[in-house]
Ligand binder design. Structure first.
Ligand SMILES: Cc1cn([C@H]2C[C@H](O)[C@@H](COP(=O)(O)OP(=O)(O)OP(=O)(O)O)O2)c(=O)[nH]c1=O
Length: 192
């Protein structure tokens, strides 16, 4: 007799999150992005911001009888939260700020089980970016890879070669920390 498993709903539009879930053996049965206001609150720290948004995206989706997973990634320099860049000028400001600097990436994951229990976890990664030349900034901006990425870069693409060192979770930087995600799902009874 094979036990059936409740469906998994991914409350995210990010194709990276879908791919990472699939890679760890938890392919989403449904993609249902949650559209919420992602502006930071006054005085909110980057880690608080990531946690609030992941829980907010989860709360925005109601799927009875399903596991639901939501996540949020925030790039921070000190207490400063960098935007998810939609315009080239915004991405340029982020790259100039991150050039030669240490920064952190926080990714919060929130999961709700079919019985209504919910839990969340936060992954914190410290990274150092090399000092970028004008030519590197210009060609990265031309690549368009910064579009829709927190902090104006994606470590999984060309900008991976700008990262000198990383302590924490590589998959967390890409958008879904797979260790924490598996722990959350397992803790809520999801069978891999
Ligand atoms: C820093 C960094 C971020 N990112 C991505 C991860 C997230 O998809 C995105 C941050 O925005 P998020 O708001 O976390 O996610 P999203 O808008 O892509 O999807 P949704 O809100 O529907 O869940 O930046 C990378 O892909 N690579 C990186 O190196």
């Amino acid at each position: 007799m094979t036990a059936s498993r409740a469906p998994l709903v991914l409350a995210s539009a990010s194709p990276r999150r879908q791919a990472l879930l699939t890679r760890i053996g938890a392919p989403p049965d449904q993609i249902a992005p949650a559209d919420i206001d992602e502006s930071p609150l006054a005085g909110e720290t980057p880690r608080e911001h990531a946690g609030r948004l992941a829980r907010g995206k989860l709360d925005a989706r109601d799927h009875p009888g399903c596991y639901v997973l939501a996540s949020d990634t925030v790039v921070a320099v000190g207490r400063r939260i960098l935007p998810k860049t939609l315009a080239r000028a915004e991405a340029e400001l982020c790259l100039r700020l991150l050039s030669g600097r240490n920064h952190k990436v926080f990714t919060a994951v929130a999961v709700r089980a079919p019985d209504g229990r919910a839990a969340s976890k936060l992954s914190e990664t410290r990274l150092k970016m090399k000092p970028l030349s004008e030519a590197e900034i210009a060609s990265y901006l031309d690549s368009g890879e910064w579009q829709g990425k927190a902090g104006g870069y994606g470590i999984q693409g060309r900008a991976g070669a700008f990262i000198v060192s990383l302590t924490g979770s590589y998959t967390g930087v890409v958008g879904l920390p797979v260790y924490e995600t598996r722990q959350l799902l397992t803790g809520l009874g999801y069978r891999f």
